[in-house]
Design a protein around this ligand. Structure first.
Ligand SMILES: [Zn+2]
Length: 246
């Protein structure tokens, strides 16, 4: 199995979490760096663990302080052989930690970077779905909607052939709409993630999340779709390999 989105650098002990994941069959983890320093830490983990790959970007929360030098450093880090995607990037009008114009500029710059490098882009969007879709309208590359939580974005996502990645919140009892959305995504566009240490899935809800817990999200998706968990796990492995070039 694979966890396509975790923040290993935000865990208390990443090495032990990677080990626990391996013990339940989660052999590959994509860890996400959210600023230049965090991206360097993410890459260090990829050098230490054969099954760990990196998604590198500057998070919308950090848009207010990101400089041109940061973008130049990010471009260089993305040249690392285990850097598989740009992100997470996008717009967050919910927390509003950074000025909206700065978020828009940084999002556009990272989309350009993804296009230039021919890498997929991993999208964070919160309370900004229509604006996010507007910015993505002209982006022709591979797109992953991370922690999918906006069913009304689904028609556009499916039409554009984007990958849709479900996290632990899709397992919550009230998330009927997310599980319904999961049944509407073609098998070859489906991904699963933990977003560790956030959003632990239902059986371990409220605890710090870790990559091993992607098994719960996979089980919930398989149940919603009426598929065998093992089949869905294999399908998602193939999807992740195709999307991220693993
Ligand atoms: Zn994330």
């Amino acid at each position: 199995m694979i966890d396509t989105h975790a923040h290993l650098t935000s865990l208390d002990n990443a090495d032990e979490a990677i080990q626990r994941a391996a013990e339940v069959g989660v052999a590959r983890i994509l860890t996400v760096g959210t600023n230049v320093e965090d991206c360097r830490r993410a890459l260090a983990l990829t050098e230490k663990h054969v099954g760990v790959f990196a998604i590198l970007g500057i998070h919308p929360h950090d848009a207010g302080t990101a400089t041109a030098d940061d973008l130049a450093a990010l471009r260089e880090l993305l040249g690392h052989p285990k850097a598989v995607a740009v992100g997470e990037t996008g717009l967050d009008w919910f927390r509003d930690y950074a000025p909206r114009d700065d978020q828009r500029r940084l999002f556009a710059a990272q989309l350009d970077l993804a296009a230039e490098l021919g890498k997929p882009v991993v999208i964070h969007t919160r309370a900004a779905d229509d604006d996010t879709l507007a910015v993505l309208a002209d982006h022709a590359g591979t797109v992953v909607l991370h922690c999918f939580s906006s069913p009304h974005m689904l028609p556009t996502a499916l039409e554009r052939g984007w990958y849709v990645s479900f996290a632990g919140n899709a397992t919550f009892p009230k998330a009927v709409d997310l599980r319904l959305a999961a049944t509407q995504v073609p098998a070859e566009r489906l991904l699963a993630e933990t977003d560790s240490p956030y959003l632990a899935p239902q059986p371990v809800r409220g605890k710090p999340n870790e990559p091993a817990n992607v098994v719960h999200t996979l089980a919930s998706l398989a149940q919603a779709r009426g598929e065998e968990p093992a089949e869905l796990e294999a399908q998602i492995e193939r999807n992740a390999a195709a999307c991220f070039g693993l």
